[in-house]
Design a protein around this ligand. Structure first.
Ligand code: AMP
Length: 297
């Protein structure tokens, strides 16, 4: 079993063509639903009493929700706006609401998860939570500019406590105060994680392990409508695939990165979560085959 911890949100997403208001989002939501294509996935998260029943039903369809708390107050809200090219997003508002003082409880049956993903979330909560698991074989975390700006030391401490970091290029630079991605990765490795995966949006990712660099291109698409959650879908697919193989062999981690790129590509084709929700059986492997052809030479 895989456990995913992090934000479940009501997102407002402003793209050049369309604005979505209070739609189901959150880093853990995208990651867990992406992972559920590969393995049974439990979600630890919190929502408020305002969380719509229809969104609860979507989560229930894909995930084990024993770890989902419903608390008095409002659900975490995020508001972001893309530029004309869809390559840059500015944050207009981050309202932590019930996420602010959340004291997560790990359900008994999740404690034995060997694979744990700490999606974008308060790094202090993430550090506390990872210690609650009895036999973690592979843990991974992400972060975002909001936490780097408000709790940088805790982000660094979180990196000490995980096997892998998956992070956007811009955030890697902001966090490490370096400009070159190899230098960024070296700094994060010094802080404690063994695998550093730097995501580069539509350009794919670079993984750093020991002295190996594994670049992996994005799955080329002509029509992108909403990149929200692509990085989370990437990470969810990665750790979901590894959990399904119960493996942390480097060859499998490389394959996991490729699945990350493939699931990220589904996420950006439709608005909000729709890209992930509309994946049908066989779609992932079909796209994987095209991807393999794409990179063969
Ligand atoms: P991504 O597009 O991969 O950066 O992920 C976007 C998702 O992250 C959105 O659905 C947001 O709800 C969520 N998110 C944005 N800011 C934060 C934050 N400070 N902490 C946790 N989750 C966040």
């Amino acid at each position: 079993m895989l456990t995913v911890f992090g934000s479940t949100a009501l997102d407002t997403i402003r793209t050049p063509k369309k604005t979505l208001k209070n739609v189901l989002g959150g880093a853990a939501t995208f990651a867990a639903i992406s992972a559920s294509n590969f393995v049974d996935t439990g979600l630890i998260a919190v929502v408020g009493k305002d969380f719509p029943k229809k969104y609860h039903n979507i989560l229930k369809k894909y995930l084990d929700l024993e770890g989902l708390a419903i608390e008095n107050g409002k659900t975490f809200r995020y508001d972001g706006k893309y530029d004309q090219t869809l390559s840059t997003r500015s944050t207009l508002k981050t309202e932590l609401n019930v996420l602010g003082n959340f004291q997560p409880v790990v359900p008994e049956k999740y404690r034995k998860s060997e694979f744990v993903y700490l999606a974008n979330n308060d790094p202090e909560q993430n550090i506390k939570l990872i210690k609650e698991f009895d036999k973690v074989k592979f843990s991974m975390c992400d972060t975002i500019d909001f936490w780097i700006s408000t709790k940088r030391n805790a982000v660094i401490k979180m990196i000490k406590n995980v096997d892998a970091v998956v992070i956007n290029d811009e955030e890697a630079k902001l966090l490490t105060k370096e400009h070159n991605l190899i230098k960024c990765a070296k700094t994060m490795k010094k802080w404690g994680a063994n695998y550093i995966i730097i995501k580069k949006g539509e350009h794919g990712s670079m993984m750093f392990f020991d002295d190996v660099i594994f670049p992996s291109p994005g799955f080329s698409l002509e029509d992108v409508v909403d990149p929200t959650g692509a990085g989370d879908s990437f990470a969810g697919a990665m750790i979901g695939y590894l959990a399904s193989k119960k493996s942390t062999k480097f060859s499998e981690i490389k394959k996991a990165v490729v699945y990350g790129n493939v699931l990220g590509s589904f996420a950006v084709e439709k608005y909000g979560l729709n890209g992930l929700l509309q994946i049908k059986k066989g779609d992932i492997n079909k796209r994987l085959k095209i991807y393999e052809k794409m990179i063969q030479f």
